[in-house]
Design a protein around this ligand. Structure first.
Ligand code: HAM
Length: 422
């Protein structure tokens, strides 16, 4: 036997046995997005590398070391998208969608980051991403968070907590950044290798360090909240008041800085204690400067993305999700003439029962083998067609999941009779 080809590390198959929970989450998310007036957009998985460098930021972990970047045969540097926000902003600019217009958009699909794989952290992972373009907030900030809270309720997730913070305007952040650099430079001896590297490029990310040895120096660091401009303070206060009015619990976490550079003002994260180290289920924030930075007209915007694997894991821990409905009918046929008639019947039943699965036995086999397959398929009814039944113009109908005996039913009446039985 030749050597098996292994899957790429950190990239998973989602098998039919697991797909029910994924589809459940996706279905509820679509319904919630519809109810807030968000529309689906589909953007490419591959973009010019420059897009991510200019949006996520040169000194972020993602751009520095996690991107799947390659040169295509034409010599262009392309990258598998590590996130969706940059692509959606690019799409709005490329298609002339802005010009004062506002858009409520969402998209779903795989993202790629060359991170160290562990439970809940993968190299290919799925995000459900939602973006509101052209809204200055804080009303839309509140609506976005209310939307996520609604989705958790619909999914019956209770072990999620909301953290919010404000990163202020770019000016306030720049002033804070300077203070932070001075502070960490004065305590350089206490910094680990990662933090020393970040000190030059992205000192705010030092605050995000998970290294226990760094926690003391981080705890004494100056707080961004002490450097917030009055407008950003008012924005955060209005969001907080809105959350209280809607009965959504939250915690202001002054250390919440996020790993992408495009944020300003509101940032938020839903975290859980039910998944171990990878605790962020859904994260996002406002990025008022990004679209102008990418060459579009200045447009305020806010969005978030949730990690689908993490949401699915949380849902799977909770109440059982009803398995996807099994097939309704399995058609068993033996002999050349019955098999042809069975193929016709299967098509007629699919016409009569839209959305219900009608399985036709494939690959022959005697009646016993076929009925065993019918039983394993989970179907509720088996229809049995042999030469004897065809001669009488009937099919035998056998209930597989309930008591009740096998009966004959005229072939012409089958679609209507089965529709009424189901
Ligand atoms: P992010 O925090 O990088 O933000 O990712 C959002 C979510 O994706 C995380 O909270 C987590 O649930 C999930 N996630 C991230 N990396 C992985 C991974 N390696 N494996 C599994 N799940 C992962 C963004 O991507 C922003 N684009 C969010 C946003 C949208 N901000 C504004 N609009």
């Amino acid at each position: 036997m030749s050597k098996q080809i292994q899957p790429v590390r950190g990239m998973n198959d989602v098998l039919p046995a697991e797909i029910g929970v994924w589809q459940h989450v996706e279905r509820l998310a679509r319904a919630v997005f519809d109810s807030y007036g968000y529309q689906e957009v589909r953007v490419p998985i591959v973009e010019h590398t420059e897009l991510f460098k200019r949006s996520i930021g040169e000194f972020t972990d993602i751009v520095e070391k996690e991107m799947y970047t390659f040169q295509d045969v034409g010599g262009d540097s392309l990258t598998l998208r590590p996130e969706a926000t940059a692509g959606i902003a690019r799409c709005a600019i490329s298609n002339g969608m802005l010009r004062g217009a506002r858009h409520k958009l969402w998209c779903m699909g795989p993202m790629f980051r060359h991170e160290r794989p562990q439970k809940g952290r993968y190299r290919q992972f799925y995000q459900i991403d939602l973006e509101a373009l052209g809204f200055a907030g804080p009303d839309v900030d509140l609506e976005l968070i209310a939307l996520t809270a609604r989705l958790w309720r619909e999914l019956k997730l209770s072990r999620v907590r909301l953290m919010i913070n404000s990163l202020g305007t770019p000016n306030a952040r720049a002033a804070y950044r300077e203070r932070l650099v001075q502070y960490f430079q004065a305590r350089q001896a206490e910094l680990d290798e990662d933090s020393l590297r970040r000190l030059g490029g992205n000192p705010l990310r030092i605050l995000d360090s998970k290294n226990p040895a760094m926690q003391a120096v981080i705890a004494d660091a100056p707080l961004l909240s002490e450097h917030l401009d009055p407008e950003s303070q008012a924005h955060l206060a209005a969001l907080s008041a809105g959350l209280t009015a809607l009965g959504i619990s939250y915690e202001v976490n002054p250390r919440l800085v996020r790993g992408l550079d495009y944020y300003s003002r509101t940032v938020f994260e839903w975290v859980t204690d039910a998944l171990g180290a990878q605790d962020a289920v859904c994260s996002g924030g406002r990025y008022d400067g990004l679209i102008a930075q990418l060459g579009g007209e200045a447009t305020p915007a806010i969005g978030f993305a949730m990690g689908l694997e993490r949401v699915v894991a949380l849902v799977a821990q909770g109440e059982a999700v009803a398995a996807a409905a099994g097939p309704e009918v399995y058609i068993v046929a033996n002999g050349e003439r019955p098999e042809l008639r069975a193929a016709q019947l299967a098509e007629q039943l699919r016409d009569a029962l839209p959305g219900r699965a009608v399985l036709l036995n494939l690959g022959g086999g005697n009646f016993k083998t076929q009925l065993r397959r019918a039983d394993r398929s989970g179907a509720r009814l088996a229809l049995i067609l042999g030469d004897a039944e065809l001669d009488r113009g009937v099919a035998a109908v056998k209930p597989l999941r309930s008591e009740g005996s096998q009966i004959d039913c005229p072939l012409g009446e089958l679609p209507a009779r089965i529709a009424s039985f189901l």
